[in-house]
Design a protein. Structure first.
Length: 148
């Protein structure tokens, strides 16, 4: 499982629209040292090109882009929104939790998605993330240890 350092967790953020929400996830990935500043806009471009397919469950979006030179290491970010935003998904809007995922290889992408799917088999996981008030609470949802 990917680690989730404090800079990769942004709670109760304001986002005017889905683009701003995805860029927050990119900023959190950048702050954690996983990506460069170019990665967030690439995640936005993926949604612009392919649509709201990243909204994978009610209230949950998984923002990501293909591996590239702007990915420094595999990483994950979690952004919760003070007010949910609409991505344009027919069933799963609005979104209150945005996960950012950065990987170096296609294999890491598949593995990361599989690990996340296991987390979200628990139906309360999205609500627990949306209600989290600390990075440690977020890490607990993913079964990760608290930061020292």
């Amino acid at each position: 499982m990917l680690d989730l350092p404090d800079p990769a967790v942004l709670l109760k953020q304001q986002a005017a629209d889905w683009r701003a929400a995805v860029l927050l996830a990119g900023a959190a990935l950048e702050a954690s040292g996983a990506v460069t500043a170019e990665y967030g806009p690439r995640m936005v471009a993926m949604v612009e090109e392919f649509g709201a397919y990243i909204v994978i469950a009610p209230g949950l979006a998984l923002a990501h882009a293909r591996p590239g030179d702007d990915v420094l290491r595999a990483g994950m970010a979690v952004v919760t929104l003070d007010e949910p935003v609409v991505f344009g998904h027919p069933y799963n809007d609005p979104v209150s939790v945005v996960l950012g995922l950065a990987v170096l290889t296609a294999d890491e992408h598949v593995t990361g998605i599989a690990e996340l799917a296991n987390v979200f088999n628990e139906t309360a996981a999205i609500a627990r993330l949306a209600a989290a008030t600390s990075a440690d609470e977020v890490r607990a949802v993913f079964g990760l240890s608290a930061q020292a």
